[in-house]
Write a protein that binds this ligand. Sequence first.
Ligand code: 5GP
Ligand code: ZN
Length: 139
Amino acid sequence: MKTDSDCLFCKIVAGEIPCCTILETDDALAFMDIGPIARGHVLLIPKTHAETLDALDSSAMAATARLLPSLVSAVQTATGCQGVNVLQNNGTVAGQIVPHVHFHLIPRVEGDAFTFNWPAGTYDEGEMESLAIKIRSRL
Ligand code: 5GP
Ligand code: ZN
């Protein structure tokens, strides 16, 4: 298990900073977000320190992600929301502020204040396929 003594979420895992725990396993921790986008906003983290997903061990990811179905269900039934956004801001440019991988579970109701700017585009002829080839070659 990697840990970073300067990391806020590692300090939460170590119990040095308190949190309102929802679920804890050997590998992962879910707790309430102190700055909720909506009431019932939960964070799910792997206990091991990794700044971004690309630096996270796949088994730690699996041990974390397997908790999502029951957590989403619990958030949904407890808050009475109509849906949940599961978000992972990967990197500063993607909106990540805390440099320890975390998943936001954000309760959603019709007409709430949370909006996405989702500027869906289009590809030029062949562009999508050549990008797919490039991405596949890096796996
Ligand atoms: P990010 O922008 O990195 O994806 O989100 C970081 C999240 O961590 C924010 O939603 C913020 O409210 C939450 N957060 C920051 N500091 C603390 C803290 O000390 N305790 C808890 N429970 N949440 C925190
Ligand atoms: Zn950390």
